[in-house]
Design a protein. Structure first.
Length: 129
């Protein structure tokens, strides 16, 4: 399956499509806690997941990556240029991401290592260790 995630602070909308592009699953769940864990556990290592880079992607990305699920971070501005839509909903965004992933058309964003991300967080907060 190709899974597109539209991630927000409180909730995430997921759409999964098969090889032919047919929607096989749609689901809205909390972006943290049991809802997120239940969704991630339902995926297999054969599934591929994509989400846009935003301020809320890191914990879901890390969870998927730790479980060995292929996850791609989409560059939001470049993705919007490829798949601009007049009507934008969480469902449409998740499906668009899944379809772009299936077609290998995701413009990827740079994913710094976990260590670099932690250092950036410290730098932004102004607190030393």
């Amino acid at each position: 399956m190709y899974v597109g995630l539209d991630v927000h602070k409180k909730h995430t909308y997921a759409t999964a499509v098969d090889e032919s592009g047919k929607i096989v699953r749609e689901e809205k769940f909390p972006s943290s806690g049991d809802g997120l864990i239940d969704f991630v556990r339902s995926l297999s290592k054969e599934d591929k997941v994509v989400m846009e880079a935003s301020s809320t992607w890191t914990h879901i990305y890390d969870l998927l990556d730790e479980l060995g699920i292929e996850v791609c971070l989409a560059h939001p501005l470049q993705t919007k240029a490829i798949a601009s839509a007049k009507i934008k909903t969480d469902r449409i965004s998740a499906e668009t991401l899944a379809q772009l992933l299936r077609a290998d058309l995701i413009p990827t964003a740079y994913v710094p290592s976990k260590e670099i991300r932690e250092l950036r967080t410290i730098t932004r907060s102004g607190h030393a260790c």
